[in-house]
Design a binder for this molecule. Structure first.
Ligand SMILES: Nc1ncnc2c1ncn2[C@@H]1O[C@H](COP(=O)(O)OP(=O)(O)OP(=O)(O)O)[C@@H](O)[C@H]1O
Length: 279
């Protein structure tokens, strides 16, 4: 990277993990933070993604929608190399994060996952206190200074602080499902990532908790690049700026501004999917 570059690259270790978000330059909005080029994934003989070219812009919400089994989660998991953990998975093509291919040999997946955090469908807090859940990733990185302040800030950003500030020692498992999910979001953002990947983060929650998570996602996109897989088309239409529609066989059928995709898609197949003719 040249001295004049303003784009952060992936560290190959966790050494720079203490850098502060405020001091880290970020790409312009609309500039791609994540870009897949000709990305294909197979699980054994099954092709899950077919030559996907997709650009996920900075500090916006990108929704990934499509019928069951079309490869949405597979795509999300390629971004922070979670598919490394699946023995049968083979990945071809490129997945660029700020211009660097995350599948290059010298990329440390653990450092990558600090920069690209993930929230799953079912809230999965550790059986520890609320405080320790948020502090966990920081401690692993050897960060010990200003811990109380860092925990408070992460809980505030996750819109949970007011509900838990007087009970930080309480077990995270005693929180409601919606609170647990916001705690998982706090845990993910405590380590100061650039990107948040969310795999159906509200599908296990009731409507009120879902609405809080949706509001939160929109707020988070002011600071983070968010990519969310959802089965809920209304949710995608409500909260996302860009939408990618995957169709059966792992094909990217259409990608663009959410309003355009939902109101005037280019392809008949996407229109059929969005209007509920299949899926
Ligand atoms: N670990 C795995 N081993 C083998 N095949 C897998 C594995 N994970 C996913 N697949 C297959 O890859 C294809 C895409 O799966 P993926 O979970 O990415 O789709 P999806 O669109 O997220 O589905 P859903 O909406 O049902 O969660 C499917 O055919 C699925 O059966």
């Amino acid at each position: 990277m040249s001295d004049t570059d303003t784009t952060p690259t992936i560290s190959t270790d966790v050494e720079d993990s203490t850098s502060e978000r405020e001091t880290r330059p970020t790409p312009d909005s609309d500039e791609a933070v994540i870009e897949s080029r000709n990305l294909s994934v197979h699980y054994g003989d099954v092709q899950a993604l077919q030559s996907i070219d997709l650009q996920i812009p900075n500090r916006q919400v990108t929704a990934i929608i499509g019928p069951s089994g079309c490869g949405k989660s597979t795509f999300l998991r390629c971004i922070n190399r979670m598919n490394d953990l699946v023995e049968a998975a083979t990945i071809d093509g490129k997945l660029l994060f700020n211009g660097t291919d995350v599948y290059e040999e010298d990329i440390d997946p653990v450092a990558l996952r600090r920069r690209i955090g993930m929230v799953f469908q079912h809230p999965n807090p550790f059986p520890k206190s609320i405080y320790d859940n948020v502090a966990y990733g920081l401690r692993i990185q050897g960060i010990t200074d200003d811990m109380d302040e860092r925990v408070e800030q992460a809980l505030k950003r996750a819109a949970l602080w007011d509900e838990v500030k007087d009970q930080l020692d309480k077990s995270a498992l005693d929180l409601s499902g919606g609170q647990q999910q916001r705690l998982c979001i706090a845990r993910a953002i405590a380590v100061d990532p650039d990107v948040l990947l969310m795999d159906e983060p509200a599908s296990a929650l009731d409507p009120i908790a879902t609405s809080k998570i949706e509001d939160l996602i929109e707020e988070l996109a002011e600071e983070y690049t968010v990519a969310i897989v959802t089965h809920n088309m209304q949710q995608a239409a409500r909260i996302s700026d860009k939408t990618a529609v995957f169709l059966t066989g792992g094909e990217l059928a259409e990608f663009g501004d959410t309003q355009k995709i939902f109101e005037n898609p280019d392809s008949q197949r996407v229109e059929d999917y969005i209007t509920g003719k299949f899926g």
